[in-house]
Design a protein around this ligand. Structure first.
Ligand code: FAD
Length: 377
């Protein structure tokens, strides 16, 4: 869920996360692009800064181009959750396990300490098929290092007292889930990339890419041996400049928060309803929640009505509670919800996109993979 991570500490209504800002004088001075680089990374969110760090650390001459400020895209709008359990997607879990290990070790590599606050992640099952699905893949999840087990309704409501144990059949419980400030990740990787010699240019939008990998911006052009596309929800657009087709579709997610519930609740794990995808967690004295956004053609009131219905059934203490817009943002979705990390078969063009609402969970591993692909070229 949400991500104005710094807003986590506020006691009043959460404000939207920071958006774009004007370039600082130092950034303006840095606007002279070099003529060439081994790697030109396009996009400075969690994925692009991770890529820049991992490439520069491996000795690759790296330039990053970001059209706004670093972390000004989807990475500014997250719920700040990192988890390793992805129902139905152990391969995503494997990247998330690797990434979580890297976050625990983040300060050693980047000199920026990450405040990881453990919350845990629980998925509520309301039909037998979901339980069978969980059991069928549990071994595959564990084989890649995901800690997850099946618990009963009573244990579920013990972990999150808002859960009505009569409304659920069982739950998956994964203790390895944390809150983190996504912008700390961006800041840490950006600083570490610079320390290893990478040059990061903000307020430098890529407008055109030639067949020979010359990248054009209003600030000048740069020839890339390899282009690395990490433009989040705009990756499809950037890839198409290089005549590369990435099957991505931006999706919107809106975060909501409740009124202060009548009875106080203690901090709860992130809790997701398997059937609807509704997610809730504590937000100071309120509850923060997400369930996508209104479907095409669906009235906002109807979408809010669907959320209220699930809340009333699963979490009776939240029945009829007021819901308010917190913030919303776009993220990049791949067709099967699995990230696209790879390379074009004929031109030197790498990409990492389609993280489908879970880019923070996978950024370190994605950066490592891009580095390995580039070095193997
Ligand atoms: C409401 C919401 C909540 C979320 N919560 C979570 C969560 O709790 N945990 C989690 O793991 N994930 C979460 N996500 C998903 C997460 O935000 C993304 O997966 C992640 O931020 C993707 O990072 P990125 O670096 O690929 O993209 P971005 O952060 O969007 O970075 C891409 C960058 O590319 C730049 N760019 C675009 N076009 C160009 C161009 N032409 N030239 C130069 N630069 C360009 C953009 O300005 C942007 O800064 C959430 C998403 C939303 C919307």
């Amino acid at each position: 869920m949400p991500g104005a991570e710094s807003a986590e500490e506020r006691t009043t209504t959460p404000a939207p996360p920071p958006r774009d800002r004007n370039p600082t004088p130092q950034e303006k001075i840095l606007s002279a692009l070099p003529a060439r680089a081994d790697a030109v990374v396009i996009g400075g969110g969690v994925i692009g800064t991770s890529a820049a760090y991992h490439l520069a650390e491996a000795g690759v001459d790296t330039v990053l181009l970001e059209r706004a400020g670093l972390g000004g895209g989807a990475s500014a709008h997250t719920a700040g959750m990192v988890r390793t359990y992805f129902p139905g997607a152990p391969s995503t879990g494997q990247r998330a396990v690797r990434s979580l290990n890297a976050y625990h070790d983040f300060a050693r590599h980047t000199a920026v300490p990450l405040a990881l606050k453990r919350l845990g992640f629980m998925v509520l099952f309301t039909d037998e098929q979901q339980i069978a699905g969980f059991e069928a893949e549990q071994r595959a999840q564990r084989a890649v290092g995901v800690e997850v087990g099946l618990i009963g309704p009573r244990e579920a409501s013990g972990l999150n007292p808002l859960v009505d144990e009569r409304a659920v059949l069982a739950a998956a419980w994964s203790p390895e889930a944390y809150h983190v400030d996504g912008l700390d990740i961006v800041r840490g990787y950006a600083a570490a990339a610079r320390n290893h010699g990478a040059r990061l240019f903000t307020h430098t939008p890529v407008t055109h890419i030639d067949d020979d990998n010359t990248v054009h911006t209003p600030q000048g052009r740069i020839k890339a041996d390899t282009i690395v596309c990490t433009a989040g929800p705009w990756s499809g657009e950037v890839a198409s400049m290089a005549s590369v087709d990435l099957p991505l579709a931006p999706r919107t997610m809106e975060m909501l928060f409740t009124d202060v519930p009548p009875s106080p609740h203690r901090e709860m794990p992130m809790t997701m309803h398997a059937a609807s995808g509704l997610r809730i967690r504590s937000w100071k004295d309120r509850v923060l929640l997400a369930m996508g956004a209104p479907k095409a053609g669906e009235a906002r009131e109807d979408w809010l009505g669907r959320i209220a219905e699930h809340l009333g059934t699963l979490f009776p203490a939240l029945d009829g509670i007021g819901l308010h817009r917190a913030w919303s943002g776009d993220f990049d979705a791949a067709p099967d919800n699995r990230a696209l990390i790879g390379e074009h078969p004929t031109r030197r063009f790498l990409y990492a996109a389609g993280f489908t609402g879970a880019g923070l969970c996978q950024a370190p591993a994605a950066g490592e993979k891009l580095r390995d692909l580039l070095i193997a070229q």
